[in-house]
Design a protein around this ligand. Structure first.
Ligand SMILES: Cc1cc2nc3c(=O)[nH]c(=O)nc-3n(C[C@H](O)[C@H](O)[C@H](O)COP(=O)(O)OP(=O)(O)OC[C@H]3O[C@@H](n4cnc5c(N)ncnc54)[C@H](O)[C@@H]3O)c2cc1C
Length: 301
């Protein structure tokens, strides 16, 4: 959708990781109902002046640029008044504020725009057609969010650690119940991989700019499998998921309880609860599947 000039400048820098980008779509009152976004961009000569706020912007504190949805026509139907801007985060008037999460990590941020001047040449595509471009970005994103590679690696790790873990003298990897659980997830993952390959193969047959709504299936199944593998890892570490060590233990520099590899597993399990939420929650994906894949309307329910 970008101009040749935009592609020539930005694409090599993205490939080379010269620039780090973040996604400025969600706002405090526009998450699932993204088209309600209010961040306003008003034309002033050869610039837009942007005012508003984004939230849950992943890793914005490390980013150089943000691709942003902004409202350019407040009078149009909400999906039709949105444009897609590329904004340099060093522009005066941009403030990035990391949000402290309950696990201590600053994974998401608030991004504020206060009279931020953005050259019109930094708009992607046509004015007021940003919603179409955003749907394309989100659809493609959901193909990769399926995280097939990550889940394969997790299953390899689960097997490796289960081979080192003993329950009542038996290796966990040899326990029938545990093997059944791992096999069930592996079967699901294989099906996900095949579906992902089908969606990718199908993408060459789509019209330019269209995306396959089946990517929503990938997002849902991918997030279910990521949660299932995180749970299996919790099964492997068992009581070492939340070992109790008193302040005295720390003062006496007692060695940590449990194997050294157990430490990150429980925090990763809790952190993984985010997956069914970002890039459109599971409920929203189900709505997309109902409408765009199964052809159901809200009246057919
Ligand atoms: C870790 C993380 C990283 C993120 N990174 C980014 C980012 O980089 N950039 C960005 O723009 N956004 C990002 N987000 C925001 C994310 O896209 C939104 O959180 C998500 O779209 C849900 O919006 P919301 O939080 O406003 O929840 P809401 O929209 O308020 O939804 C609350 C609940 O209601 C349900 N719900 C809402 N509407 C419907 C409906 N019509 N039918 C059925 N159920 C419904 C939802 O499924 C959800 O369970 C991130 C979120 C997380 C958790």
């Amino acid at each position: 959708f970008g101009t040749e000039k935009q592609k020539e400048y930005f694409l090599p820098r993205i490939v080379n990781v010269d620039d780090w980008w973040c996604e400025g779509f969600s706002e405090p009152d526009a998450g699932s109902d993204l088209a309600s976004l209010k961040t306003r961009a008003v034309r002033d000569g050869d610039h837009y002046v942007v005012n508003g706020q984004k939230i849950w912007t992943s890793l914005a504190q490390y980013s150089d640029w943000i691709f942003c949805l902004v409202r350019t026509d407040p009078d149009a139907k909400k999906q039709l008044g949105i444009s897609f801007l590329l904004i340099d985060l060093k522009t005066p008037g941009v403030t990035v504020r990391p949000i402290q999460l309950f696990d201590g990590y600053h994974e998401v941020c608030e991004v504020f725009f206060d009279n931020v001047r953005v050259p019109i040449e930094n708009r992607v595509g046509e004015e007021n057609r940003g919603w179409e471009y955003a749907k394309f970005v989100l659809g493609n994103g959901r193909v990769t969010i399926a995280c097939v590679g990550l889940s394969k690696e997790r299953i390899r790790r689960i097997k490796e650690l289960a081979a080192r873990t003993r329950i009542g003298g038996e290796r966990l990897i040899d326990c029938a119940d545990f093997r059944k659980k791992v096999a069930a997830v592996e079967v699901q993952l294989k099906a996900l991989e095949m579906t992902q390959l089908r969606v990718v193969a199908n993408s060459t047959k789509l019209q330019k700019g269209a995306q396959d709504p089946a990517s929503s299936i990938l997002k849902i199944k991918g997030s279910e499998i990521q949660q299932a593998t995180a749970e299996l890892l919790m099964d492997v570490i068992g009581p070492y998921a939340l070992p109790y060590q008193s302040e005295d233990d720390f003062r006496r520099k007692e060695p940590p309880i449990g194997p050294e590899w157990a430490g990150p597993i429980a925090p990763a399990y809790f952190n993984g609860r985010k997956v069914p939420i970002y890039s459109g929650s599971d409920e929203i994906q189900k709505n997309i599947i109902a409408k765009a894949v199964l052809g159901l309307s809200s009246k057919s329910a």
